[in-house]
Design a protein around this ligand. Sequence first.
Ligand SMILES: N[C@@H](CCC(=O)N[C@@H](CS)C(=O)NCC(=O)O)C(=O)O
Length: 251
Amino acid sequence: MADRALIIIGNHISPFVRKVLAVCEVKGLPYAMDSIVPFFGTERFARLSPLRRIPVLIDGDVVLNDSSVICEYLEDKWPERPVLPKDPAARAQARFLDEYADTRIADVLLWKVFGRALVAPAIFKAERDVAAIQRTIAQEVPAVLDHLEAWAPQTFTMGDTPGVADFSVASHFVNYRWARGVLDAARWPKVHAWVTRVEACAPMQRLNEIGAKILRVPPDAHAATLREMGVPVAAETVGGTSPQRGPMTAI
Ligand SMILES: N[C@@H](CCC(=O)N[C@@H](CS)C(=O)NCC(=O)O)C(=O)O
């Protein structure tokens, strides 16, 4: 058990952040949220996160970036209630699924659908490019889902309990749905069953509920909304007020 609360700079709207939070919840690690919109991060945020991305984990003097790096740190430091399989082959496969979610699924479902549908208009005041979204859904999403249909586990990637790879993949489908994307259960039944199973587990259900609520309130009300929902909020924030593009901003 952690002897002090971890600080997570992030936002429940982000699938990468919900993955990290789910791991903290599974492991029973106390944390406080500095809920920011990454595009509004201050200069201090840029120093803590060189790519200006969330999540960032602060554990005392340790500052870490990237959701997968953070989850492996949590797994190494608090191995009880594991979130990665022990068997080397299964562990490597779980890591690849997580990587596939962070790169390809994120590129298609998050940046090209959710980003264009919700982030571009809300943050960058850009017009919603409906034609581009529809092109992605028709031309790119099916191949991603075909791969996942072949890889979908019977229950979870770890067997009876969900782990990092399950949280990582399933989280993206929540944002996809928020952007009105539909996962066709008849065409991809195994993916649909897997994602539904992961979403139904306690930490994910709650985290997605918080994300859905945060999505509906303006950034300056995020912290208050979290407090109302019983989420501990960090005393200091690295959140700013004007949009900035990071070196790898994908929309
Ligand atoms: N590979 C990174 C991706 C993190 C990421 O892209 N986070 C988004 C929020 S969902 C972000 O901070 N975007 C800001 C930007 O791209 O400028 C991870 O796994 O943590």
